[in-house]
Design a protein around this ligand. Structure first.
Ligand SMILES: *Cc1c(COP(=O)(O)O)cnc(C)c1O
Length: 393
């Protein structure tokens, strides 16, 4: 095969034609500033208003509760830092999980250095948050619970509704990083008692550098970028209208196709999981088998290095990942793998394959055949594997 087989849709996705087409006019002729009075500007404003409505509808929110940001990381930073500042007089304790994206974890570290206390709640061996541990962690001075909707490495979907109920009962704000879940699984902010939600366009076939933070009406949360009156004065800066237009087209398409896409991806996912578990010895599926994103597959292969596997897959035109894009490049195994209790040597041999509806069975067959061949080759070179085979004889 000489074309690229893209199995890294949790890192980013290819923009849909609809999203590209929606952006082009705003990159070219419709360049007006949305804050202007003349009609060139009002066209931009109109597009933005429509997308805000589309997005609000997609999560059961009101348009005034949607704030555009420069992506998922910014939305996470904003939700945590601004809540911490606004509610510091009530308390300085925040609860999160051990398997959050670094956009949340590193923001928590930042807040810790500024006098906030953070409790990191653990997960079980499938990556599901321990609800009893969460309940025990709550204190009178807890102001925020931030737990991701679905994990970017192992695809586990959290019991968001239960977490939302716990937070609501105790009068604590609940933020969820839904970057991996948004438009991949149905989300309703009222049903799940979500007060703040982060999402990003480039994980749903939209452009990079645009996302949103949903902030429930009535929540006092500080401005994040200071300047002009954009986003009701809470996030200043001339709006990224091309990005917003592309985001809107991506959401339109993703919402309309969600059911069908989930079914197709689930089928591909399960096929991949079945073939790998049946045909490659000494492997382990990471993440919950059932409560799982439709497009996520994550395996650990004993006796191999995930990085070597990735390099050899790349030579075969296959794009995959060993964890999150942010973790690779570092020698430490991912914090998610450690949190689900994998020993270092097994955590190192992990491979994440994240699908899109465009993937075909033929591509997956080629990928599995390649993984099989490479894993066997790498194991042949591994002294640990040699020892293991000798001992088990
Ligand atoms: C990709 C991702 C982010 C970061 O979003 P950006 O738009 O790339 O800043 C945050 N959280 C999760 C779970 C992600 O997968």
């Amino acid at each position: 095969m000489d074309k690229i087989i893209y199995l890294d849709n949790a890192a980013t996705t290819r923009m849909s034609k609809e999203a590209v087409d929606a952006m082009l006019p705003f990159l070219a002729e419709h360049y007006g500033n949305a804050s202007s009075i003349y009609s060139l500007g009002t066209e931009s404003k109109k597009a933005m208003t429509e997308v805000r409505e589309t997005i609000a509808r997609s999560i059961g929110a009101a348009p005034q509760e949607i704030y555009f940001t420069g992506g998922g990381s910014e939305a996470d930073n904003w939700a945590l830092v601004a809540t911490a500042e606004a509610y510091a007089d009530k308390g300085k304790h925040i609860i999160t999980s051990k398997i959050e994206h670094h956009a949340v974890l590193h923001t928590c570290e930042y807040l810790q250095k500024r006098g906030f206390e953070i409790t990191y709640v653990g997960v079980d061996e499938n990556g599901i948050l321990k609800l009893d541990e969460l309940k025990k962690a709550i204190r009178p001075d807890t102001i925020l619970i931030s737990v991701m909707f679905a994990n970017n490495e192992i695809g586990t979907i959290q019991p968001i509704k239960e977490i939302g109920e716990i937070a609501k009962e105790r009068g604590i704000l609940f933020h969820t990083d839904a970057v991996q879940a948004y438009c991949h699984v149905p989300i309703n902010v009222d049903e799940y008692h979500i007060d703040m939600l982060s999402a990003s366009a480039h994980k749903i076939n939209g452009p990079k550098g645009i996302g949103f933070l949903y902030i429930r009406k009535g929540i006092k949360i500080r401005s994040f970028i200071h300047g002009g009156q954009q986003e009701r004065g809470r996030r200043a800066g001339t709006e990224n209208i091309p990005g917003i237009a592309g985001f809107g087209a991506a959401v339109d398409k993703a919402v309309a196709s969600m059911e069908e896409r989930m079914a197709r991806e689930t089928e591909l996912r399960d096929y991949l999981i079945r073939r790998i578990s049946e045909e490659i010895p000494y492997c382990r599926l990471n993440g919950d088998r059932a409560k799982r994103l439709p497009n996520n597959v994550n395996f650990s292969f004993r006796f191999i290095e995930g990085e070597s596997l990735l390099i050899m897959l790349d030579m075969k035109g296959i794009c995959a990942s060993s964890g999150s894009a942010c973790t690779s490049g570092s020698l430490d195994p991912s914090h998610v793998m450690l949190a689900i209790g994998l020993p270092h040597e097994i955590a190192h041999g992990s491979l994440r394959l994240t699908l899109s509806e465009e993937n075909t069975r033929e591509e997956l067959d080629y990928a599995v055949d390649s993984i099989k061949e490479i894993v066997a080759k790498l194991r042949k070179m591994s002294p640990l594997y040699e020892d293991f085979v000798k001992k088990s004889k």
